[in-house]
Design a protein around this ligand. Structure first.
Ligand code: ATP
Ligand code: MG
Length: 435
């Protein structure tokens, strides 16, 4: 597998003022294309650092994409650094100058003399026309270097602007075709097992020492989800790939609400991707069943999550926001005595809300939540983040979960939405009347 590295440049990137989104985007593109991306490097605006790093990288990998430092100002050093590193004098590229002048004309501005600098390219490089901004990029083969100190370099190096939009356009239109021509790339396949309600360390522990040839395992948190990423190399045939995913699912499948990137669906698992509500919707649809909601602390956010799914009317009947005790009594039949004795944030009330919503709507399933989203209203035994979730289902199925959620009001509400949908999802997949 050919290797590719990314070199981000600029003081604003090393000092943390600019988040290096370029490297993240490029790494994903290159990985998807079938490159191994072993390293990212970031260097500030210092010529000698750039020179040393450019030479090192060009010796150890097949492709290097450099971003930033193509502007007209003194801190834009990429072309001078390449010039010094590889022994190519900078020369005025008349075509590049004409393009820069034309761009200034288009915008009705006078070109400052320093913009000429952007047309000065290292002699051993080829210009990458920039139709999306001022400065052209350039690319070269390190193997053709004229400097003895750059000996042994082999990488194809592309230098792109730092401005993300320009960088992406130049990569897509000028670099990508070149990479496809130079390398016989065989993109692998990324399978993502998306889980909810389980920590990364528990996932790792459940997966144990699982390893298989041709697949690299990784973990990624994307709150409130944790993902197990299985990156398969192109050589792994589809049947083998599916079999390997099944062995992973035998260990972590109970938390998997959906699996993305499979060549074919795996029986017993949702493979459609999307948000948790979309998965719940598909499960309900497949069973021809319906859902009703009774929300207190989420104020309708579960309903909003459900109605964000196209076609939700096929499975969502109604959602009640019963914020006051009176509404819980009047609309859901919650007992006043229970409210009095246990408080609105309690298991008995959550269960009664779910049962009441199911009864009132005629839905097969009902989900109810009641909790303290804060910042006020918490007590010693019911601190902010205390949330009761209940599900009522067919055949007398009823269950409850007490959650202690972290974060501010918005976070507690959004985590409640996901937790409630996940509780329902697990019941739809493996009904367990004892809970
Ligand atoms: P310019 O002609 O605008 O000077 P340039 O090619 O010289 O472009 P830089 O000066 O390095 O690029 O960066 C220009 C802007 O692009 C930065 O101010 C920053 O907003 C953004 N940028 C630069 N590098 C990155 C990066 N690695 N990730 C995300 N954004 C970046
Ligand atoms: Mg700049």
């Amino acid at each position: 597998m050919p290797t590719a590295e990314i070199l981000s440049t600029g003081d604003e990137v090393v000092t943390g003022q600019t988040l290096d989104t370029n490297a993240a985007w490029l790494a994903e593109q290159l990985t998807d294309l079938g490159f191994d991306v072993p390293r990212h490097t970031t260097v500030g605006d210092r010529v000698q650092d750039l020179v040393a790093v450019l030479r090192d990288i060009s010796r150890r990998c097949d492709v290097c994409v450099v971003t930033g430092g193509l502007g007209p100002t003194d801190d834009d050093l990429t072309a001078p650094a390449v010039s010094e590193a590889f022994g190519w004098p900078l020369a005025l590229d008349p075509e590049a100058l004409a393009q820069i002048e034309e761009r200034f004309r288009q915008f009705g501005r006078k070109m400052a003399p320093i913009n000429r600098k952007q047309a000065m390219l290292p002699e051993g490089s080829a210009r990458l026309d920039n139709d999306w901004g001022t400065a052209p990029g350039f690319a070269f083969d390190a193997a053709t270097a004229r400097s003895a100190e750059a000996g042994g370099g082999r990488a194809f190096v592309a230098c792109l602007p730092g401005v993300p939009r320009e960088m992406r356009e130049l990569f897509a239109h000028r670099v990508l075709p070149e990479l496809r021509g130079r390398f016989s790339l065989r993109p692998g396949r990324l399978v993502t097992v998306r889980t909810i309600g389980v920590g990364e360390s528990d996932l790792q522990e459940a997966l144990g020492d699982w390893r298989a040839e041709g697949v690299v395992v990784g973990f990624r948190t994307q709150l409130p989800e944790n993902h197990v990423k299985l990156r398969f190399s192109a050589e792994v045939p589809d049947e083998v790939l599916v079999h390997r995913v099944q062995t992973v699912l035998a260990r972590v499948g109970r938390w998997a609400f959906t699996i993305e990137g499979l060549p074919q669906p795996i029986e017993g698992y949702d493979c459609g991707g999307g948000r948790p509500a979309a998965v719940v919707g598909r499960l309900l649809l497949a069973r021809g069943q319906t859902l009703a909601l009774a929300e207190s602390c989420t104020g309708g956010r579960i309903a909003a999550a459900c109605t964000a799914v196209p076609g939700a009317s096929a499975w969502l009947l109604e959602g009640l926001v019963t914020y006051s005790n009176a509404a819980k009594v009047r609309l859901l039949g919650v007992s006043e005595a229970d409210l009095e004795a246990q408080g609105a944030v309690s298991e008995v009330v959550a269960r009664a809300m779910a049962a009441g919503a199911r009864r009132a709507s005629g839905a097969d399933w009902a989900v109810a939540v009641t909790g303290i989203a804060g910042p006020g209203g918490g007590t010693a035994d019911k601190p902010v983040g205390t949330v009761h979730v209940a599900v009522a289902g067919p055949d007398g199925l009823a269950l409850h979960r007490l959650l202690r959620l972290p974060g501010d009001r918005d976070r507690i509400q959004s985590l409640t939405v996901v937790a409630a949908l996940e509780l329902l999802r697990r019941q739809l997949v493996h009904p367990n009347p004892t809970l």
